[in-house]
Design a binder for this molecule. Structure first.
Ligand SMILES: *Cc1c(COP(=O)(O)O)cnc(C)c1O
Length: 389
């Protein structure tokens, strides 16, 4: 009998059944366009604004500060491009980090082609940004600092609050990509002191294709989807009401059990980490030992390709990833692990297990059972490993 163990919650999460239930009426019962004046439209409008208020509350935000989007990538693009183009009279310098999600990195690369100057701040061996490096990079031309809240590959939680203080003191907008942290650890716009925050529903048991960008009142942002003027003229297109209601429900469920769930995941996370490190020689934990997401285990296994391990684990029914999901298709080693100073051959042998709501102790036992054999078999075939031993 083959067990099925899903340990890739950072790539995406299954929709919570209660989220699906909450969404269903908005496909064919309450289907009106929220912009329509008749009652069917107004019923949709009420649901839309109710969701906006509920989500805003969880972020300590005002409902007018929430823009619904198609997900984390769009929110990130809107933050980088919207702030860049909306404030180019004030400067053309953007600061971000070397370990951001590709939706930030590639949006920044695009901005470089548009005449902006971008600094990609390096990280230490734990994948942590040093606020002093950000402080040194700031200039009179800096208009935006974007630093992710928690990294999707190695789980390191960044000093966003400290960096936001640097930004605020210089009158610079501060954005954080909270897609991996929102719903899992506290995300409060005032506590963090940020101007913009990206979130995405499918990383917290909501549907794919919906997210939001928090934009603090008074922030100058240029829209980049022009049309009928929805979302206070900041993001046109008929609202994805079912998705938005799903996001609201997902947030409610996640926040209600956030603390107990974090405790449960940390315990299983540490057991998986310690189990692998003690059972398999020449392995190491990537990311910060303490300041990391509750469900993230990222391990380097020397002298084996991550892809081979992922495929072997898949044959045993275990779903996990190497590098990040988006770059799994390419043979480039993860830009995050490289930025942390791992030699490419060690970065190539990385495995990311991300635990979540449906992970149980027996799943951890199962991985600890099958992984050592897989590594041993693959290492026997690896000429590199024989040389090292
Ligand atoms: C998944 C992810 C995104 C992209 O979100 P989508 O909704 O899939 O577009 C952005 N940033 C981080 C950190 C992520 O993990």
């Amino acid at each position: 009998m083959c067990k099925e163990v899903y340990l890739d919650y950072a790539a995406t999460t299954p929709c919570d059944p209660d989220v699906v239930k909450a969404m269903l009426p908005y496909f064919n019962d309450t289907f009106g366009n929220p912009s329509s004046l008749y009652s069917l439209g107004q019923k949709s409008k009420k649901a839309l604004e109710g969701a906006r208020t509920a989500i805003a509350d969880t972020l300590s935000a005002d409902p007018t500060e929430i823009i619904f989007t198609s997900g984390g990538s769009e929110s990130n693009n809107m933050a980088i491009k919207g702030i860049g183009f909306g404030n180019k009279d004030k400067g053309n310098h953007i600061i971000t980090t070397a370990i951001e999600h590709h939706s930030i990195i590639n949006a920044c690369r695009f901005m470089e082609k548009q005449g902006f100057k971008v600094d990609y701040i390096p990280v230490d061996r734990y994948g942590m940004v040093n606020p002093d490096d950000v402080r040194k990079a700031v200039s009179d031309n800096t208009i935006l600092i974007s630093v992710m809240h928690a990294n999707n590959e190695v789980g390191t939680i960044q000093p966003v609050k400290e960096i936001a203080e640097i930004a605020r003191a210089r009158g610079i907008y501060m954005h954080t990509d909270a897609v991996q942290s929102f719903g899992h650890i506290p995300v409060d716009t005032n506590e963090l002191g940020v101007n913009l925050v990206s979130i995405s529903a499918h990383k917290l048991y909501g549907p794919r294709g919906v997210g939001a960008l928090y934009v603090r009142k008074g922030t100058k942002i240029e829209p980049f989807i022009h049309g009928g003027g929805q979302e206070r003229r900041r993001r046109s297109s008929t609202e994805n009401l079912a998705g938005i209601v799903g996001l609201k429900k997902a947030v409610e469920i996640s926040l209600k059990s956030m603390e107990s769930e974090a405790t449960r995941l940390c315990r299983m996370r540490d057991r998986l980490t310690e189990g692998i490190l003690s059972k398999i020689p020449d392995t190491r934990l990537n990311g910060h030992p303490e300041k990391r997401l509750p469900g993230n285990v990222n391990i380097s296994v020397e002298c084996i390709e991550g892809e081979s391990m992922v495929l072997s684990l898949d044959m045993e029914g275990v779903a996990c990833s190497t590098g990040s999901a988006c770059s799994s298709a390419s043979l480039e080693p993860s830009h995050v692990l490289i930025a942390m100073g791992l030699p490419p051959e060690v970065a190539h042998g990385s495995l990311r297990f991300t635990l979540g709501r449906y992970t149980e102790d027996e799943d951890i036992d199962y991985v600890l059972d099958v992984l050592p054999g897989i590594v041993e078999r693959l290492r026997k075939m690896s000429p590199m490993y024989k040389e090292v031993r």
